[in-house]
Design a protein around this ligand. Structure first.
Ligand code: FAD
Length: 690
């Protein structure tokens, strides 16, 4: 306890020092909080901020812009890391920019002593991320037009580019590849390689680390930059607000924006503004004790949200209490968790990623991915703040040695607090400026779920089918548990008044900030997708949906049942479903019987139970057994849908389909593969995989 107090005093002194230094003695804060609303940045353009990137660079004295196209936050994170590194190692005046917030018709006026980075994730079937759609359309347009009319148009532009992709998808890293091609065509000069990170192989972080060193070297050469000893400089100042407590009405306790704080939340509900939706009902779909799969019905009737069968719903999770406590504890922040702080960006182009004033507890619980994998680079950076020399050496080693890091950290799925705990042997890491975490840890991301209901049948109730992530890993006492799915499990347990079989469940703050989620609510928004039934219900469909891949297929089949009930003619509907055992994880078993009663011979369920027979049987095997019928249906223009595991199943199904077409039509495999490709581009073959 003595140590705790001492640590707190030291920490307070450091924080005070930091504050005093960065505010240059002026006490910051009583005026209107510029970061009061996370909506502020979404609508910054509307609020009169410039969309002119050249003007912005000049205004801010920047010579290096790092644009990102990000869906799940990783690309944004990499952009911030590059910005920080460019500044600390090479003295570049860097700035991170959301592609959505700028126009591009004056890219040709960026002078050649500046550099533009593009950090671009590819989403789904080779699509740009939501925030990069306009940029992508602009830059890849054959008739792209710039303000100056230079020749070549981008002859002055120096650029660097890195892509984030997944090799299990057909259009691997197509975003960065196509943008790179377009920029080259326009005469721009690329510095270093067009990097590609592969999430499919699980090597994203290592690919990024391996790409950036030679890139920096090439950039330094091109721009005549001197590398210097990198010293950590915080991007944010944290100011403790003595006049405020967590009861003060202006303090954010996890509310995502100002409207939510004021209790005036209204639509449009989207990725910046969730709807706090009641859960109408929730129940378990598996009949085994050690694995869970949840069905939940989310009531959107009191909102203006809508959805179509095949869309996705995003769930905004909160972190489990155990992990929040662990994080607070290892940083020596436990006793200050409810202290109110304001956070200010020390660098005018940096954004505080959550609304303030807030508390440490709210930041960690509602806004940071504290359970996520840690990056090697981040550990190297934290080495300087280690509590003793031994811990410092260990952090440096972990940061430098890829294999060692893998063996010690990745294999056990350790999160940042667990790493610090182990490396520091239980000592508190009170020297780390809190800013390092705001910079180094991704914003807590909503999780997407393929909607498993039909909007025709229940337009105001969205169903989720989610398998709970819980894995026993070697070298750990407790199982690794996914953030969002265990949060959902805890909600389901509470809703049904179940005694908690998993202690993890209870520790979520289920009633939300200021009890705003009480009565079993969760924050959600809807994302529209292209995974859609044919508009003509009489067209045949073939659905491949093993495991939770059955989610959107359930929506499709319920839709067709409803159409049949409405007197429409419904075409042949095949569902290939797979799981381990018919007695364990055979989801929605009774519902398929009901569908059969309405659709009759037009509906058929084909099952593959992988652990029942002597040999493992998967959906792709069943598909092959039905080769003749599948081919006939395809010739009748059946739509083909695949949902679930992108890494193995979806690929194999694709291969098997090619084989079926080749055999049945007596054509070479290459020709059959071509046909499958064309089916994809004409939307006859649709995937919803993750
Ligand atoms: P997380 O905490 O996000 O963990 C997920 C995985 O990340 C872990 O399994 C692990 O591999 C890795 N990981 C996390 N932390 C660490 C760490 N510290 N160290 C190493 N590795 C780590 N799921 C469904 O069940 N049903 C659906 O219908 C469905 N539809 C989807 C649709 C789309 C478009 C997408 C993109 C995904 C869909 N998913 C669906 C998956 C879902 O979004 C979630 O990813 C899933 O539920 C796990 O979320 P979680 O928060 O529980 O796990």
């Amino acid at each position: 306890a003595e140590l705790d107090t001492l640590d707190l005093v030291v920490l307070a002194a450091i924080l005070f020092g930091t504050v005093a230094y960065f505010t240059k003695g002026k006490l910051w804060g009583v005026t209107k909080d510029p970061y009061a609303s996370s909506l502020a940045h979404a609508s910054s353009a509307k609020a009169g901020k410039t969309r002119n990137i050249v003007e912005k660079m000049e205004e801010q004295g920047k010579n290096c812009i790092i644009f990102y196209g990000s869906q799940t936050g990783t690309a944004e994170d990499y952009a911030s890391r590059l910005a920080k590194e460019g500044k600390s190692r090479f003295g570049l005046e860097t700035m991170v920019a959301d592609l959505e917030e700028y126009d591009f018709d004056n890219l040709d006026t960026i002078p050649d002593d500046k550099v533009v980075f593009f950090v671009l994730a590819t989403y789904g079937e080779g699509e740009p991320t939501d925030n990069a759609v306009d940029f992508y359309e602009f830059i890849t347009n054959e008739d792209v037009n710039f303000t100056e009319g230079n020749e070549p148009a981008l002859g002055n532009l120096n650029y660097v580019t890195f892509g984030l992709g997944n090799n299990t998808y057909e259009h691997y890293n197509s975003m960065v590849r196509n943008v790179d091609k377009a920029l080259q065509k326009l005469g721009a000069h690329r510095i270093g390689d067009a990097g590609e990170g592969d999430d499919g192989a699980g090597t994203m972080e290592e690919d990024f680390l391996a790409w950036k060193e030679p890139m920096w070297k090439a950039l330094a050469e091109r721009m005549g930059l001197e590398e210097r000893e990198a010293v950590y400089e915080p991007v944010f100042s944290i100011v403790e607000r003595e006049g405020l407590t967590k009861e003060s009405p202006e303090v954010y306790l996890g509310e995502p924006n100002k409207m939510h704080l004021d209790g005036t939340a209204k639509g449009p509900f989207n990725a910046h503004n969730p709807y706090i939706a009641p859960i109408a009902q929730s129940y378990e779909l598996f009949s085994v004790k050690d694995r869970n799969c949840l069905h939940m019905d989310i009531d959107i009737s009191a909102s203006n949200l809508n959805y179509q069968t095949g869309d996705h719903i995003a769930v905004w999770p909160t972190n489990p209490g155990e992990e929040v406590d662990r994080f607070m504890n290892v940083l020596g922040l436990s006793e200050k968790r409810h202290t109110v702080v304001s956070i200010k960006a020390l660098e005018p182009t940096a954004k505080v990623p959550f609304p303030t004033p807030t508390t440490y507890d709210a930041i960690v619980r509602y806004h940071m991915e504290i359970c996520a994998p840690v990056s090697r680079q981040f550990l190297a950076q934290l080495a300087a703040f280690a509590p003793d020399a031994e811990a410092r050496a260990e952090m440096t080693k972990l940061g430098a040695e890829k294999d060692y890091f893998h063996e010690k950290i990745s294999l056990h799925h350790l999160n940042i607090a667990r790493v610090l705990d182990i490396v520091g042997k239980g000592q508190k890491w009170t020297n780390i400026p809190f800013s390092a975490f705001i910079e180094g840890i991704t914003k807590l991301q909503p999780r997407y779920y393929s909607i498993s209901s039909s909007s025709l049948e229940q337009p105001k109730k969205i169903s989720i089918t989610a398998v709970v992530e819980s894995t026993q890993l070697p070298g750990r006492d407790d199982p690794f548990r996914g953030v969002a799915t265990n949060y959902l499990l805890a909600l389901k347990q509470k809703q049904n008044g179940e005694p908690e079989p998993c202690p993890f469940g209870l520790s979520y703050e289920l009633t939300g900030p200021r009890n705003k989620y009480d009565g079993i609510h969760i924050p959600v928004h809807v994302r529209h997708s292209n995974f859609k039934l044919p508009s003509d219900p009489s067209k045949p469909i073939i659905c491949i949906g093993p495991g939770t891949g059955v989610a959107p297929m359930r929506g499709f089949i319920r839709e067709r049942v409803q159409q049949a009930k409405n007197g429409e003619k419904v075409g042949k509907t095949l569902l290939f479903f797979g799981c381990r055992k018919s007695t364990e994880d055979f989801m929605y078993k009774n519902e398929w019987q009901e569908a059969k009663e309405i659709l009759g011979d037009n509906f058929e369920l084909i099952t593959a139970f992988s652990r029942e027979g002597p040999k493992k049987v998967y959906v792709q095997h069943r598909l092959k057994e039905r080769a003749e019928e599948i081919n006939q249906l395809l010739e009748q223009k059946a739509y083909f849908y695949v949902c679930g595991d992108a890494a193995n199943m979806a690929r194999e199904v694709n291969t098997v389909l090619g084989q079926i077409i080749s055999e049945q039509r007596g054509i070479p495999e290459a020709k059959a593969e071509e046909i499958v490709k064309n089916m994809r581009s004409s939307n006859q073959y649709q995937e919803d995989v993750w």
